[in-house]
Design a protein around this ligand. Structure first.
Ligand SMILES: [Zn+2]
Length: 289
């Protein structure tokens, strides 16, 4: 499948965005903060056991990440969790490991980072990462960590955005990191090359809605810090567009014909202005129906 005849890879788009972005730091609650501006969002919990990060950002922004981390506390970085294997969440693995972070991830994250991986829809081939960038601890379905006085529940999503996505819940603070199963206010990328699918994305979106309350703070993979109503809005967008594309495909239309019919038109102004525009998202949905 080649859903995108791409001369410009979204990988380049994301790297360039990070190169020019300002790093913002938002303190939430329970010593948990969020860094935005280096690929995927980065959650941080500070404390006596050392900082724990959820996701590693883009390595080219190491200086700005370091500055942001230093602004929170003096604790060294001791732990890193990768929410999934994608470069915009794991690019910083090597330097974070070099300064002392153990890296925890789903076993498929380690698998994909260990080998050459072609993402056709990004028109990009990722070489294996250096050994120092590989997760040092992997798990299959669930794991609980106790760090800095907090309980962290890690749980594998069945294949959704990729086949390596995990949620990370800061239980006492009631903060849920949902990885790239939520792009808050943006159409999501869906990585069919490593097990993702539109139906998997919808299942994960349903699971996220079921897991949170109105009080839960939701940290998306991309986009602003969110909440339950934004999880619902995202799920409903996925369901509506899947339904529209499925109806057109059922009429026998080709992918190009469905894209030409603009089934996402009324959603595009809100959702289509980041890495994935309406046409690209339509192709990603069509590929999975
Ligand atoms: Zn991703």
């Amino acid at each position: 499948m080649n859903a995108r005849a791409a001369e410009n890879s979204p990988v380049t788009t994301i790297r360039n965005a990070a190169a020019n972005a300002k790093m913002t730091v938002t303190r939430l609650r329970g010593n948990v903060s969020v860094l935005e501006g280096s690929g995927g969002n980065i959650a941080v919990i500070t404390g006596r056991d050392g900082k724990l990060l959820v996701d590693a950002g883009i390595s080219g922004t190491r200086a700005r990440i370091t500055e942001a981390l230093d602004s929170l506390s003096n604790d060294p970085v001791k732990h890193l969790i990768n929410s999934h294997w994608h470069f915009d969440h794991t690019d910083g693995n090597e330097w974070l490991h070099s300064v002392g972070a153990e890296i925890t991830a789903h076993e498929n994250t380690k698998k994909h980072l260990s080998t050459t991986t072609r993402v056709e829809d990004w028109n990009f081939t990722f070489p294996p990462v250096p050994s120092g960038a590989l997760p040092t601890k992997v798990f299959e379905s669930e794991q609980t960590l106790h760090v800095n006085g907090a309980t962290l529940a890690l749980k594998y999503y069945p294949p959704a955005h990729t086949d390596s996505d995990i949620l990370v819940e800061f239980t006492e603070a009631d903060i849920l990191c949902v990885a790239d199963t939520l792009w808050n206010g943006h159409y999501p990328f869906v990585d069919y090359s490593t097990g993702g699918s539109i139906d998997g994305m919808i299942r994960a979106a349903e699971a996220n809605v079921a897991r949170v309350t109105d009080e839960t703070i939701v940290i998306s993979g991309h986009g602003p810090i969110g909440n339950k109503s934004e999880l619902i809005e995202f799920r409903d967008m996925l369901l509506t567009i899947r339904e529209r594309v499925a109806a057109l495909k059922k009429q026998g239309k080709s992918c190009d014909e469905v894209v030409a019919a603009k089934p996402t038109a009324d959603y595009d102004p809100k959702w289509g202005s980041f890495v994935v525009n309406g046409d690209f998202f339509t192709r990603l949905v069509y590929a999975g129906i």
